[in-house]
Design a protein around this ligand. Structure first.
Ligand code: UN1
Length: 502
């Protein structure tokens, strides 16, 4: 069976209308083989505007449905996802090249966030606040915000949509989704799964979800439309620089999850076996194509010669290959462009005196697919190309001597997403997690930078954009807060002791 046949079979089983997937102008290639697997019809700007108007109409109904009832829809979505897990996981592998356990892991993140959101639907708490006036009560309430836009990236094509959508739906907000043009098929599959959940739910308004197919131009319609109250966008810092100011200009909310240049620090007391495995998964897993992938590694001089040769061995021996036909741990890069930027970063690193292990193209039967051996690059200094995010499996390794200095270097990059320290020294660990330590949104001890659970708030600082999605109180971004003061007395005392007696 060709990859295209396999894709169509899964799409059909998941409930996608295959007519959407042929005869259009957006080609979709599987990175596994480079084969064309679909050509999709793209959404026109007029259709996008109409979809947003319809989402706003859905909002006007959905906001009046009690939140625990809205949670029931997300509970059913979770059940549908459990039933579809194998197919959707495999579709993720076909469309973006993830190895099977990572494709399935992504769907598991969707299931987990649904469970989280169902509980949340009964916990959209506001505070009751002491008032300074007698016979008064002050409280805050949380209300649905409006239709929201989701712009997602190819590397987590389904989980990030679900983080946003599960929360948005319990918060009372319909979603208009612009998936990456490199991963539109998984988006159509998610829409079909949600549609089934809505049918089982019974009385939801139409248009709780619309998928817009196309490139950045269709995303712009979403960003510019006044009825979209929040845009949650995942992608490059360059994309965030385009989207953020436009949203600010019209006072809409943005939730930006942009680049990462995530680092690990290995201290003298580290458990090196554990560090080795954590670094290997963080840096090579998902072929280095996670926002949270480890890209920089600082190793203390006392343990450098114990750890780095072992790491190099792992880089030389890790299995790279077709994730559907082998049990390779590293699958393909998303496309030729990713391979080209990997090679130019390696060239720049070498010009800076970097010593490269790996990084070469791995031949497979498919000339249109881009498999690369992950690269470990020992760098003489923390500068130049090391400070840039390259969305590919490159790990820059640097030796350090001084703990205070390594913290400075750790933070001396634009992005601030994820970070980790490997140490058994409680002082080092706590300093790293403290106010003067890692400046990232995610800071870990003795685990890698990637693979966060959904229960925590996910996102980062500085050029990562500042947004937080998924767990903790990230739901607050999807609702508007009202402070209510109620006077049940017979007087009208003014706050701050002001008198205004007519
Ligand atoms: C992303 O790469 O955009 O923490 C999301 C992780 C995953 C999510 C990554 N749970 O690596």
């Amino acid at each position: 069976m060709t990859i295209q046949d396999q894709t169509n079979e899964i799409l059909g089983r998941l409930g996608v209308d295959l007519k959407q997937c042929t005869g259009g102008s957006l080609p979709v290639y599987s990175p596994v083989s480079g084969e064309l697997i679909a050509d999709l019809h793209v959404t026109t700007p007029d259709e996008a505007i109409q979809a947003i108007d319809l989402a706003d109409a859905a909002y006007r109904q959905w906001r009046n449905v009690p939140a625990p009832r809205r949670g029931e829809l997300v509970r059913i979505l979770g059940e549908e996802l459990r039933a579809a897990k194998d197919d959707l996981g495999l579709l993720v592998s076909l469309e973006v090249g993830k190895v099977p356990s990572e494709g399935l892991g992504e769907v598991q993140e969707m299931i987990d966030i649904c469970d989280f959101a169902v509980g949340l639907s009964r916990q959209l708490y506001g505070l009751t606040i002491a008032t300074e006036r007698p016979g008064h009560r002050m409280m805050e309430t949380w209300h649905p915000l409006g239709a929201i836009g989701v712009i997602s990236a190819f590397n987590f094509p389904v989980a990030v949509w679900c983080w946003n959508t599960a929360l948005a739906l319990v918060c009372g907000d319909p979603v208009v989704w612009k998936p990456s043009e490199k991963a539109p098929l998984t988006a159509l599959a998610c829409a079909a799964i949600l549609k089934r959940a809505i049918a089982k739910f019974g009385d939801a308004p139409d248009n709780l979800l619309t998928v817009l197919i196309g490139d950045y131009a269709i995303g712009e319609v979403l960003v510019d439309h006044p009825k979209i109250r929040l845009v949650s966008a995942t992608g490059s810092t360059r994309m965030g620089r385009a989207v953020g100011p436009k949203l600010a200009q019209r006072f809409a909310r943005s939730l930006l999850e942009l680049g990462g240049n995530n680092a690990g620090i290995v201290c003298p007391s580290a458990d090196l076996d554990m560090a080795l495995r954590a670094i290997a998964f963080g840096a090579m897993g998902t072929a280095g194509q996670r926002c949270t992938s480890m890209r920089r590694l600082f190793v203390h001089e006392q343990v450098y010669d114990q750890l780095v040769p072992r790491l190099k061995k792992a880089y030389q021996s890790v299995s790279v290959g077709n994730p559907l036909e082998s049990d390779a741990l590293v699958g393909p890069l998303i496309d030729e462009g990713a391979f080209t930027s990997m090679q130019s970063a390696l060239k720049a690193a070498s010009a800076q005196g970097g010593e490269i292990t790996g990084g070469e193209r791995v031949d497979t039967a498919h000339s249109g697919a881009y498999y690369a051996r992950p690269a470990l690059v020992e760098m003489p200094a923390h500068e130049g190309v090391v400070l840039e995010e390259t969305f590919a499996p490159i790990l820059y390794v640097m030796k350090y001597t001084d703990f205070d200095q390594v913290l400075e270097d750790h933070n001396a990059v634009g992005a601030g997403l994820s970070s980790s320290i490997f140490t058994t020294d409680i002082r080092e660990a706590e300093i790293f997690l403290g106010a003067g330590g890692s400046d990232c949104g995610i800071a870990n001890v003795n685990i890698g930078t990637s693979g966060a659970e959904i229960g925590g708030a996910f996102g980062g600082e500085k050029e990562t954009g500042g947004g937080r999605e998924s767990g903790s109180d990230a739901w607050k971004a999807y609702m508007r807060r009202a402070t209510n003061t109620i006077n049940y007395s017979t007087e009208l005392p003014l706050a701050q002791g002001v008198s205004f007696d007519l």
